[in-house]
Design a protein around this ligand. Structure first.
Ligand code: HEC
Length: 463
């Protein structure tokens, strides 16, 4: 919490992060992790069967991969860490300390991946025969390995945020890396990325092969078999992963999937997800048997469904670890579990560097409440935008004026009734100040801005 706080009152920090991360995963998994191996396989198959059509297909698909992964893919990938660094510098700081060498290796692998992709795509026509073609195939294989490796490393960090395992005692790099959720999550993401690549290449096929040709039938069947091959592994991975998620996190799943308002639809939603998966498998099976039955429009469904499921999976993953940014260690607002009792005893403002107030007095109550809000709530709530704290209280207590005692009771027990929110990290006076601030927001309808707009407050004297 010891940073000036970047804060967007419109879409909120959570949504900003979610959009970038979700778009990235939707590109990374099918386009990079899954598609390079599939393309390399198609290229190899073309060489083996001595048919230039396969080679041409692989080349054209690679053209799309090349454009998409080096633009939107790379930008959103770096964008995730930029955004996370802006909105949760404390979280990134902690993760960097634990995972420094993993991150460094990740950077090397990523650079290698980009260089190899350039070589693979740009040299396709030049390295066309003899040993040069073999070299080209080799580049495709190493590119696939590098791309997989980036995921192998990053998943360790993502799963660590959901479950730190024995790291809290050992503080060792390897216990952090091989945290309890690491292998299950990897076991799900890897085959699902391969499956997603199948859906993607399938769809592209229809642009890159001619209708009614025998080659199109063969290609549709080839990719259908690839997709079907990875389906049972994806299902098994998903089951393993779900069984490894701690019970406390599963309690958040309903809200994570659908927000509080639609939480009771969880069962229905899961049925819809199951049906969507079945549709994908049915289309793949039909394509494997009767490739000509399948038209381009039909193939759009599995692709859109597959991407949607992946996006929703990311959303749920980001949500269920709440109220923590790093499980069992740090809350989403940057307060560590170790610090919490101290802040609740002494108040959090006196330990904060970038706030206008260090104590709560009757004259400064609303202003101090704003500081408390920024520290304790603004990572997830806004004052006038998405997940606005005013709207939230209005839903609970009507249009107001609100009863201060009721609000106070809510704030001090919110982590118990809503397990996705952290405990209030301040003393009683600060909780009262927060309530006064929220009431003021309601009465005046004003909103607040982050440090990127307001600048830093004048240094307040220490109490
Ligand atoms: C880790 C993120 C996070 C933090 C930090 C957080 N909240 Fe929330 N809060 C949420 C989410 C998510 C919801 C539920 C939104 C929904 O219904 O989908 C919520 C809901 C609420 C609600 C409505 C509860 C209901 O049952 O309708 C209130 C009121 C609220 N928060 C107040 C606060 C206050 C005050 C703070 C700061 C002291 C705070 N929250 C901190 C994530 C957070």
């Amino acid at each position: 919490m010891d940073f000036p706080l970047f804060y967007l009152d419109s879409i909120g920090n959570r949504l900003l992060m979610a959009v970038i991360a979700t778009v990235h995963v939707m590109i990374n998994h099918p386009f990079a992790v899954g598609a390079y191996p599939l393309v390399a396989l198609i290229e190899w198959w073309g060489r083996r069967t001595k048919s230039p059509e396969w080679d041409r297909l692989a080349y054209r698909v690679t053209f799309v991969l090349f454009i998409v992964t080096t633009t939107v893919g790379a930008l959103t990938g770096v964008g995730i860490w930029f955004t996370a660094g802006l909105i949760a510098p404390f979280g990134i700081g902690s993760l960097l300390r634990v995972f420094f060498w993993a991150w460094f290796s990740e950077w090397l692998v990523f650079v290698a991946e980009v260089v190899l992709l350039m070589l693979y795509f740009l040299m396709w026509r030049h390295w066309a025969d003899g040993w040069l073609k073999k070299l080209h195939l080799g580049v495709g294989v190493v590119l696939s390995v590098c791309s997989l490796l980036t995921m192998v490393i990053v998943v360790a960090i993502l799963s660590f945020m959901m479950g730190t395992g024995s790291w809290n005692q050992t503080q060792s790099f390897f216990s952090a890396f091989f945290n309890p959720l690491y292998l299950p999550q990897l076991a799900f993401r890897t085959p699902y990325a391969m499956l997603g690549a199948g859906l993607l290449v399938w769809f592209l096929l229809f642009f890159f092969t001619r209708r009614g040709t025998e080659f199109r039938d063969r290609a549709v069947r080839f990719v259908a078999l690839w997709t079907l091959f990875w389906t049972p592994f994806s299902v098994a991975g998903a089951a393993w992963y779900l069984s490894a998620v701690p019970i406390a996190m599963k309690a958040n799943l309903g809200v994570g999937l659908l927000t509080q308002a639609y939480e009771q639809w969880q069962a229905t939603f899961l049925i819809v997800v199951g049906l969507a998966a079945l549709v994908m498998v049915a289309v793949a099976a039909a394509a494997a048997v009767r490739p000509r039955l399948i038209s381009q429009v039909v193939l759009l469904f599995p692709l859109v469904l597959g991407l949607y499921l992946l996006g929703h999976f990311e959303r749920a993953r980001e949500f269920v670890r709440k109220p923590h940014v790093v499980a069992d260690y740090m809350y989403s607002n940057g307060v560590t579990m170790e610090e919490l009792p101290v802040f609740q005893r002494d108040g959090i403002l006196r330990y904060a560097t970038y706030t206008a107030h260090k104590t709560v007095t009757p004259e400064t109550r609303v202003g101090a409440g704003q500081d408390v809000f920024m520290i304790a709530c603004s990572r997830c709530h806004t004052t006038g935008g998405v997940n606005s704290v005013v709207t939230r209280f209005r839903k609970l207590y009507g249009d107001g004026p609100w009863d201060n005692d009721a609000l106070l009771a809510f704030v001090q027990s919110m982590h118990i009734s809503r397990t996705f929110m952290p405990p209030f990290p301040g003393n009683d006076a600060e909780a009262e100040a927060l309530v006064a601030f929220v009431n003021d927001l309601r009465a005046t309808g004003r909103t607040v801005s982050g440090a990127q707009t307001t600048g830093l407050p004048p240094a307040a004297p220490n109490p």
